[in-house]
Design a protein around this ligand. Structure first.
Ligand code: ADP
Ligand code: ZN
Length: 718
């Protein structure tokens, strides 16, 4: 008899997009369970898989005879304990179902990169410990514990005595995986009393039976204070708290707010080193950490007992992952709050239309904060740039210029938002108007003056700026448009004495660059902060009393159905950075299309009117939240193959009367690959997903030829 375990595992198939398991046999003694990673041979390649299930067979040969083929062995079990616990395993299956994506990709996206392909143990940092065998040694030197860090031991014991003790076997030295010391949990009180609105909000949240709460509060209305209070309640019940922010640049500020109230906080985001991530992950897994502040991927941390999840700035597009699996963090948060039976707070001054619509229908509990804590909302002015240009003010309007001057005199701070990095977005031949394009994408290259290069903002390709026009052999080039680098230069020319700092994807490449820039701005080492959308959200700088928004209506011209909403959000959020403390604030919004309702209502900070207006457009166009959408993208090197696939798919769905199909439309080429997209809409999300699966499983897709990317509830469609 040749007993064996048959192990079904998920692996990443190198060619096909499949969602089925593969079987291997296992005859070792060591534990093998669902959620552990294993190494196997697949067509001569060694790959990592996740165990889904196991069962025992009495006789392996007989079993293989029945099967009609030979199984291969599991070559190695990577984990000692399941790396994905039961809750997360089920979550992965659910996520795969909801996002129409391979199960394996869902598991992979749950784990920090260190844990993905290789054994976690290899990554751990080791340190030396002294184990005290002879208890008298403890008394003699006043140690409290039986085990002491070697470096602490040597602080009290001379080298000579240390060697003597060791040689006589009174102590032993051993290597151990480095642990982070976790202090005993402490909570500090708020330095002020809660306002009536805040108290009421907390009461409503605690009393509602609904686990999902939409906290709609103006910028600066005290939402974060409510998170802090609820976190305290949860921690005192010995539960864990997860606070999500949309971008790394916001973690440091949120962490600081939490550190004022709680002595130990874990931080988790993509800017951490592999080792740091691994440590934080382990601390959470072992239940040693109560509060985690992090970005999107923190939603998958292996919490034991969650008492509260906060999703701050719930409208933010960063919560949607833009590669497969294209999940929305909000959906995962809702799922986990159900599993842990805990409250989930979706906080925003500009909730997504779908969240607000659900809140007024009582699917979520709506809680509103309609007053700012310290000040009224800032005074906002809309500046008509077509008039300014006639006066020769191409970049900075005269009222904004004057306002900056005033702030500099008063030693107050200024934030200027321009959502476009680089020096200029377009470089044209001065003689024939040839535009320099990316060789891999249908996109113009932007000029970056910092490193004197032309850069593609889509694929990152860059080339030297020293070039000859391929069309007319001319060597003179003209720069069009304004990016953050050029704006910084212009402002510096106008205000030579001003201390200016720039924050965009280029200036924040280095580790911790975000928090360095923001910290020094907060300490008033700079007068003006210039940046892209990364400075528009969440930041709370008391001394900022002026915000200027450049090219505010620029994003309106995108074809995306959500472009008015995202433009509105950007203006309202950026405006909210002004006048948050004792000094009143001002905002200048520079735009061309000054009569657009999205711009006008954003300047007035009138969310409710905007919501009603925009909802009627969505209704007329049959867009979310009135329907559910999915985008199917076909991507590959051969134009014809992809085009055929896209048309076949659109024909397939057009046969179904409950589904509306848009497209196929040909999108811009990116990284040398052609892209076609169809969009399907349905009134019923469950049905939409079922139909997508039916279609998807009937496809035989060779990943080498094309990839099919499905995006259910797409956030951005441009
Ligand atoms: P939001 O998160 O809604 O933007 P915050 O919670 O950051 O608002 O509050 C804005 C400012 O008001 C912060 O500086 C915060 O410290 C302060 N604050 C919040 N609640 C109170 C309160 N009850 N009394 C005094 N100041 C408060
Ligand atoms: Zn490119």
């Amino acid at each position: 008899m040749n007993k064996a375990l048959i192990v079904n595992i998920y692996i990443e198939h190198p060619i096909m997009q499949l969602n089925s398991t593969f079987s291997y046999y296992y005859q070792d003694k060591r534990k093998i369970e669902r959620g552990m990673r294993v190494k196997v041979d697949f067509n001569g390649q060694r790959i990592v898989g996740f165990v889904d299930s196991t069962f025992e067979v009495g006789d392996l040969e007989k079993y293989q005879l029945q099967l009609g083929y030979q199984l291969k062995p599991i070559e190695e079990v990577i984990d000692r304990e399941p790396i994905i616990n039961d809750e997360l395993y089920d979550l992965g299956l659910w996520m795969s179902r909801q996002t129409i994506s391979p199960i394996i990709s869902c598991f992979q996206s749950m784990l920090p990169s260190t844990l993905k392909p290789v054994s976690s143990a290899k990554r751990a940092v080791m340190e030396n410990w002294v184990k005290i065998i002879n208890k008298e040694v403890k008394q003699m030197y006043g140690f409290e514990d039986d085990e002491v860090l070697l470096k602490d031991f040597k602080e009290k014991v001379s080298d000579y005595h240390y060697r003597k003790l060791k040689n006589h076997g009174h102590i032993e030295v051993e290597k151990k995986e480095k642990r982070i010391e976790v202090e005993k949990f402490k909570v500090y009180d708020a330095p002020y009393n809660l306002t009536k609105q805040q108290k009421q909000a907390i009461e409503t949240i605690n009393n509602t039976n609904n686990n999902v709460i939409l906290l709609h509060g103006l910028t600066g209305s005290g939402k974060t204070e409510i998170y802090l209070q609820l976190a305290k309640q949860a921690c005192l019940k010995d539960k864990q708290v997860l606070v999500l922010v949309p971008e790394i640049s916001l973690t440091s500020q949120m962490v600081n707010r939490f550190k004022d109230r709680f002595n130990s906080i874990a931080i988790y985001h993509s800017g951490l080193s592999a080792q740091e991530k691994y440590q934080q992950y382990t601390l959470v897994k072992e239940g040693k950490v109560k509060i985690v502040v992090g970005t999107r991927s923190a939603i998958f941390m292996p919490f034991k007992d969650i008492g509260l999840i906060v999703l701050d700035e719930e409208h933010d597009s960063s919560y949607k992952q833009d590669s497969t699996p294209k999940y929305n963090t909000r959906d995962i948060a809702i799922k986990r709050s159900e599993t842990h039976n805990c409250k989930l707070i979706l906080g925003s001054a500009t909730p997504t239309l779908e969240s607000y619509a659900r809140a007024i229908k009582d699917v979520y509990k709506l809680v509103t904060l309609d007053k700012r804590i310290n000040q009224d909302l800032p005074k906002s002015y809309l500046v008509d740039m077509s008039k300014e240009i006639r006066k020769g003010n191409y970049i900075i309007s005269s009222p904004l210029l004057k306002a900056i001057e005033e702030r500099l005199e008063k030693k107050q701070q200024v934030i200027l938002l321009l959502n476009r990095r680089g020096y200029t977005p377009i470089v044209k031949c001065s003689s024939c108007s040839y535009v320099v394009m990316c060789p891999h994408c249908d996109v113009a290259l932007s000029y970056h003056k910092d490193d004197d290069k032309l850069v593609c903002h889509v694929c990152g390709y860059s080339q030297s700026n020293d070039l000859t026009c391929p069309k007319c052999a001319n060597k003179m080039w003209r720069n069009y448009g304004v990016g953050t680098q050029r704006l910084t230069e212009e402002i510096q020319k106008l205000f030579p004495q001003a201390r200016i700092v720039r924050m965009d994807a280029d200036s924040t490449r280095k580790k911790d660059a975000h928090s360095k820039i923001l910290n020094s701005f907060e300490k008033q080492k700079y007068d003006i902060l210039i940046g892209t959308q990364m400075i528009s959200k969440g930041l709370d700088f008391p001394n900022v009393t002026l915000v200027g928004i450049f090219n505010a209506d620029g994003p309106l011209h995108r074809t995306d159905y959500r472009s008015v909403e995202t433009t509105f959000d950007l203006i309202v959020q950026a405006s909210g950075r002004s006048g948050r403390s004792s000094n009143p604030g001002e905002v200048y919004v520079q735009a061309y299309d000054i009569n657009h309702y999205g711009i006008r209502l954003a300047v007035k900070q009138d969310y409710i009117t905007f919501f009603n207006n925009e909802m009627s457009y969505r209704h007329a166009g049959k867009y979310p939240p009135y329907t559910f959408m999915a985008a199917i993208m076909f991507v590959g090197k051969d134009d014809e193959t992809i085009k055929d696939k896209a048309f076949a798919a659109s024909d397939y769905f057009r046969n179904d009367s409950s589904i509306r199909v848009l497209g196929p439309s040909r999108l811009l080429k990116i990284k040398g690959e052609y892209r076609y997209r169809i969009i399907i809409k349905s009134k019923d999300k469950k049905q939409l997903i079922e139909k997508l699966w039916l279609w998807y499983e009937a496809q035989s897709i060779n990943k080498r030829q094309l990839s099919v990317q499905i995006d259910v509830d797409p956030y951005i469609l441009d």
